[in-house]
Design a protein around this ligand. Structure first.
Ligand SMILES: *[C@@H]1O[C@H](CO)[C@@H](O)[C@H](O)[C@H]1NC(C)=O
Ligand SMILES: *[C@@H]1O[C@H](CO)[C@@H](O)[C@H](O)[C@H]1NC(C)=O
Ligand SMILES: *[C@@H]1O[C@H](CO)[C@@H](O)[C@H](O)[C@H]1NC(C)=O
Ligand SMILES: *[C@@H]1O[C@H](CO)[C@@H](O)[C@H](O)[C@H]1NC(C)=O
Length: 370
């Protein structure tokens, strides 16, 4: 299948620099989707979540109390009561997901909770706790029974003290990663680069997956309805982090976050074609399972559906013209991209409200051309 790819980069030169690159690929890329589960009672079980087959990674959220002598605690809304060993019932669910090839990770941290590391010894203590209770180690009482999780997700959003020791925790955890038993590490930094909590950790330790939160972060998320902010930030992340796979983290519905929701058609038609160009592109992360279940967002953005959507909306005669506001560098500059028909893209670049340039891309017999 031949697929169009468009890259729009802006520079801080006098004018926006618009580079449009076309690459022709014969591979039908599929986008891996990672989803957070555990913070809403009405989102279904882990088994149900994995049975949709919409996700490659399910992240259980959260272990939100740990470190500095605190007795660690998980919080999974009312999915289960951790105080009475009730969460061991998740053991079967976790194994059901893993049997489908879905990786299941435990997220530590979160926006609420009480966590922090006080020293290297503390990091070691927490690492041992995670290893013995959730991973390949042993303990008389394991919160999720004998299921062995695939890894640990760092969603560190609060800081306590100046020295953080997340690097140490990551290194201790990674020491358990062997060729016979893989232990994956992921992180969920905020989109402003570098991340205030995890910047140094991501610089020092290789994380397998980094799902960047492009929400609740006006300035780099889509809150201003300016997609360039998001693309600029994505570019900075992908060029700065050279290891691991990077995921675009998005709210699964407008209600899922205070800001940052990207309409699914905009994601399919503009954002994904651009960000897939990055060598270290891994896929899309969604917050949360509950919101996704309500909105059907993941169902829509699965790549085959993105394509079908295009064909359905623009295959007939009454194709609606759509305009996407891509960005603005100053009050007199506006950059638009208009997607018109299935095979034709119009890019309109305006200065001082006058049309400056219109580029029309059209499919030709051999591929795409100007
Ligand atoms: C995604 O999940 C929905 C249920 O939430 C299901 O109807 C749909 O078939 C799934 N899509 C794919 C591509 O698996
Ligand atoms: C070490 O971790 C355990 C949990 O495994 C916790 O109960 C204990 O308080 C921690 N010890 C210190 C000194 O932080
Ligand atoms: C650890 O706990 C002590 C005593 O409760 C407190 O003074 C200190 O600020 C805490 N440090 C961190 C990093 O949480
Ligand atoms: C663990 O090891 C596997 C290969 O054995 C590797 O692919 C993976 O990236 C490693 N994970 C971490 C967190 O180092």
């Amino acid at each position: 299948m031949i697929r169009i790819r468009i890259v729009l980069y802006s520079s801080s030169l006098v004018l926006n620099l618009l580079i449009i690159t076309f690459l022709v690929s014969n591979a039908d890329e599929s986008d891996n989707i990672a989803i957070y589960w555990g913070q809403n009672d009405n989102e279904g079980t882990l088994t149900e979540t994995c049975a949709t087959e919409n996700y490659s990674y399910v992240i259980i959220a959260f272990l939100n109390k740990f470190g500095n002598g605190t007795t660690p605690e998980i919080n999974l809304a009312n999915h289960c009561d951790p105080s009475s060993d009730d969460c061991t019932k998740l053991s079967t669910d976790i194994k059901n997901c893993q049997r489908k090839g879905i990786k299941v990770l435990l997220s530590i941290g979160g926006a609420d909770g009480d966590y922090g590391l006080a020293s290297t010894d503390d990091a070691k203590n927490v690492s041992d706790y995670l290893w013995n209770k959730f991973l390949g180690g042993n303990s008389f009482s394991r919160p999720f029974g004998d299921a062995i999780l695939d890894g640990i997700d760092f969603d560190i959003e609060k800081s306590k003290g100046k020295q953080q020791y997340w690097v140490e925790l990551a290194i201790f955890l990674k020491s358990h990663n062997t060729s016979t038993q893989n232990l994956y590490l992921s992180a969920a930094p905020q989109c402003p680069f570098p991340d205030g909590q995890l910047g140094a950790t991501l610089d020092t330790v290789v994380f397998d997956y980094v799902w960047i939160q492009f929400y609740n972060n006006p300035g780099c998320d889509y809150s201003q309805r300016v997609i360039n902010d998001l693309l600029d930030s994505w570019k900075q992340w992908t060029e700065s982090l050279t290891t691991g796979k990077l995921f675009l983290g998005l709210p699964a519905s407008p209600a899922a976050a205070g800001s940052g929701y990207v309409p699914a058609d905009l994601l399919c038609e503009i954002v994904l074609p651009v960000i897939r160009m990055s060598r270290n592109y891994g896929g899309v992360m969604l917050w949360t399972t509950y919101n996704d279940k309500q909105s059907g967002y993941s169902n829509y953005i699965k790549s085959s559906l993105c394509t079908q959507q295009k064909a359905r909306e623009c295959g007939g005669n009454d194709c609606r013209h759509k305009g996407y506001f891509l960005g603005r560098r100053s009050s007199s500059e506006t950059l638009y991209m208009l997607y018109v028909r299935n095979e034709i893209y119009f890019v309109i670049y305006c200065i001082c409200n006058k049309i400056f340039m219109i580029l029309v891309y059209q499919k030709t017999s051999g591929g795409y051309g100007l």
